[in-house]
Design a protein around this ligand. Structure first.
Ligand SMILES: [Zn+2]
Length: 748
């Protein structure tokens, strides 16, 4: 054990580029190491005890029971990125640790070579992938062998070799095969096929089995294997369904019908509208009995469905062809109707009575209404639109400068249609109402395109929808525009210019942390340095930067992606958030091995980041080695300069902000009023207030000596650190922010 710990200590601080933790460790460090050693030894001993009583493998016990503990963290620190030793399975340190474990009789070498990452591999899924033809036996065997040698997860090996897409693995995990299919649908189809008298039960069973293996459609298999001719089978099967058969290759398809339903919905529900007659639409369907699809169509198009049978393959082909030809339905760009124009004016002025608006809304089409709600949000600088089913109707609210405002309530009967319309715009599944969904949509208004992220939530009263406006102008600010005080700006600019180490931004949700990280990134020379971000989700595209999106369904976690990025010769990486031990460990390691790491962390103030990191299992000596700057921030609403009014605040407010009432007499304070310019809110725009903690030698030695939070805060402020409140008071003195607003955000 001792050997492993010493090599750990030698390895990281000694790396070129790492400057802290000088060769001679301080007394505090020795203690920490000794403590870690004891801790680890104790855990291993516990695990060995458990192994005896439960018979479970030691790796299992360590991975699961000791999951949150020191053992895993030390292990994580010992394992080095593969990039440093290409072709070699593990770093010398990791091997040494493993040798120690084997020598001590804590693990067998078998457990070590197969144990760690094998847990994620399920042989049944491997089997299913081979059965379905996605992989050959040899490819799977090869990957397993590679896994045995390197310990890399089997799935990752398969993806890296280009044999499987992550989505295929996720699907296989979810369904146990590559293509989900409902057994009820299968049984119904089989019955009808046999009833036609063209297909025997045996042929049907065979075709079903083949479908399972290849993913091809049953009818197509029957046609291809010449069990029945296509037209004959089509006509006979359609008769069983009680609908007409259409050969889509031979039928005239009306572009006006095609335009009724967006392509992705056609594809998902396997239907294609082909002819229009008054209120009836002839819809070619792969399964004319699919009532869910018919309902969806009826709701989306408000017309009756006259189903017709078409074979799946033909349908998909026709669908692609026709949609490529036909222009899309006149959706967002519909010409403004007169009630719409009036509603828009109302929204702009924001003075109209809600009832009046709702009445007008009732007279507009759903499409126009949704467009106008979005336009209203844009005009009022809203960042989010909430569509909330209430007992009395659909409540529409805008978030402006961080606060929610009621805009209108729409009649209950319009609820479903409106939500469905937004779902269509955002490429969501219209028929799915029980599970939360998310999507993206763009809307063109005037000459500008607005991007939004949409998300639904099934509430007891119906689906709630939130649209987040992705307004790049507000997010992409330069460092100078964030609201930093001059001395703070200098500190941050200097921190960003450093070649490596970690800069953390802390604060609650919607505190502008992302803007700060992007502003920091914008200072990096992307032409000479490899910049990678790992975000959840990627909301804004940054030119010249490699952005990775988190996807938990395929194990694309912050920690996993960060490990991958480390093998990508990255210089600068931004990690959206550090919220688990694994990510914290890898991020710290990255910062200590010559990389610049930007990330956010949940903590109330700058010093709080130290406690938060310790809570995530990072020992003090690693915190001081990795982190050089912590930025805490809040967003405050700026008072509308047009309508603000000077006033004298209550003494208690002054004291709460740390102001001496006597001195405050010489200051001018403003209160928010509200005018047309500021949408009657009294506020217009936001700015950040900041607290910057630079980890200098004095602070570091305090952290190493395990000093308490308050003690460090005191020391930092004696050295001139401006706290959030003090930075906010400066903005109050400038007349940009009200005292109430400052107190609201700083006492959260
Ligand atoms: Zn105003």
């Amino acid at each position: 054990m001792a050997g492993a710990m010493e090599s750990n200590e030698k390895n990281y601080p000694g790396k070129p580029g790492s400057r802290t933790l000088s060769a001679k460790p301080s007394k505090g460090l020795d203690e920490v190491l000794a403590h870690a050693q004891d801790e680890t030894r104790r855990q291993l001993e516990d695990a060995i005890e458990k192994k005896k009583t439960t018979g479970r493998s030691l790796t299992d016990i360590l991975r699961q029971d000791v999951d949150r503990d020191m053992f895993r963290r030390i292990w994580a620190f010992l394992e080095k990125p593969a990039e440093e030793k290409p072709g070699e399975p593990a770093s010398p340190d990791a091997r040494k640790m493993k040798d120690v474990l084997v020598e001590g009789g804590w693990m067998t070498s078998d457990e070590i070579s197969t144990g760690d990452a094998a847990g994620q591999y399920d042989p049944a899924i491997g089997r299913a992938l081979v059965d379905s033809g996605a992989l050959t036996e040899d490819q799977l065997a090869d990957a397993l062998a590679e896994h045995g040698r390197s310990g890399a997860p089997v799935w990752r090996i398969l993806v890296n070799r280009g044999l499987l897409a992550p989505k295929q693995i996720a699907d296989a995990r979810k369904y146990g095969s590559l293509k989900p299919s409902s057994t009820a649908d299968d049984a119904a189809l089989a019955e009808m096929l046999v009833k036609t008298g063209l297909v025997t039960e045996e042929q049907c069973r065979k075709a079903m089995a083949e479908r399972k293996a290849t993913g091809r459609e049953v009818t197509q298999i029957l046609i291809d294997s010449r069990v029945a001719a296509k037209t004959v089978l089509g006509l006979a099967l359609a008769k069983e369904y009680g609908v007409p058969y259409v050969d889509l290759g031979q039928t005239r398809i009306d572009p006006a019908a095609v335009a009724l339903l967006p392509e992705h919905l056609c594809e998902e529900s396997r239907m294609l509208p082909i002819a229009l007659a008054g209120d009836r639409v002839t819809v070619a369907m792969a399964n004319p009995n699919d009532t869910a699809a018919r309902d969806m169509f009826r709701m989306m198009v408000s017309k009756e469905v006259a189903p017709a049978l078409a074979f799946d393959t033909d349908l998909l082909e026709a669908l692609k062809r026709e949609h490529a030809r036909a222009p899309q339905a006149p959706a967002a760009g519909a010409p403004a109707a007169s009630p719409l124009t009036r509603l828009k004016e109302r929204l702009r002025g924001a003075a109209g009575s809600m009832q009046e608006m709702a009445t007008m809304a009732g007279k507009m089409g759903v499409i126009d209404l949704v467009t106008s709600i979005i336009e209203g949000a844009i005009n009022s600088r809203a960042t989010d639109i909430h569509l909330e089913p209430q007992t009395y109707g659909l409540r529409v609210r805008y978030r402006i400068d961080g606060m929610l405002y009621d805009v209108m309530t729409l009649p209950e009967k319009m609820e479903e249609e409106i939500i469905a319309r937004v779902k269509v715009l955002s490429n969501m599944d219209v028929t799915e109402r029980r599970h939360p969904q998310d999507g993206h949509c763009s809307i063109e208004i005037g000459e500008k395109t607005y991007d939004m992220r949409a998300a639904t939530l099934p509430t007891v009263l119906g689906e709630k929808m939130v649209l987040r406006m992705l307004n790049a102008d507000e997010v992409f600010l330069g460092l100078r525009e964030l609201g930093l005080e001059p001395e703070q700006f200098q500190a941050v600019e200097a921190a960003v210019a450093r070649p490596y180490g970690m800069i953390l931004v802390t604060g609650p949700i919607a505190a502008g942390k992302t803007s700060t990280l992007y502003a920091a990134l914008s200072e990096i020379d992307i032409f000479t340095r490899n910049v990678v971000t790992i975000e959840d989700p990627v909301e804004y595209r940054l030119p010249g930067i490699n952005q990775v999106e988190i996807d938990h369904r395929v194990d694309r976690t912050f920690a996993n992606m960060l490990r991958a990025v480390l093998r990508q010769d990255a210089n600068v990486m931004m990690v959206g958030e550090i919220r688990d031990e694994d990510t914290a460990a890898v991020a710290v390691r990255a910062a200590m091995t010559g990389h610049m790491v930007f990330s956010t962390l949940h903590a109330n103030n700058a010093v709080g980041a130290i406690g938060a990191l310790r809570h995530l299992g990072i020992p003090p000596y690693l915190i001081t080695s990795a982190v050089h700057t912590v930025v805490a921030q809040r967003l405050v609403r700026k008072v509308c300069a047009r309508c603000r009014e000077p006033y004298t605040p209550d003494e208690s407010l002054l004291r709460a902000a740390g102001l001496d009432p006597q001195e405050a007499r010489r200051m001018i304070f403003y209160k928010a009023v509200g005018c047309k310019e500021c949408y009657r809110t009294g506020y217009r725009g936001r700015t950040g207030i900041f607290e910057i903690l630079s980890m200098d030698d004095a602070i570091k030695s305090m952290v190493l000596a395990d000093a308490g939070h308050d003690e460090i805060v005191k020391a930092a402020s004696e050295k001139g650190m401006m706290n959030l409140m003090q930075a906010g008071v400066k903005k109050v003195q400038e007349g940009a922010v009200t005292l109430e607003e400052l107190l609201r955000v700083t006492t959260l």
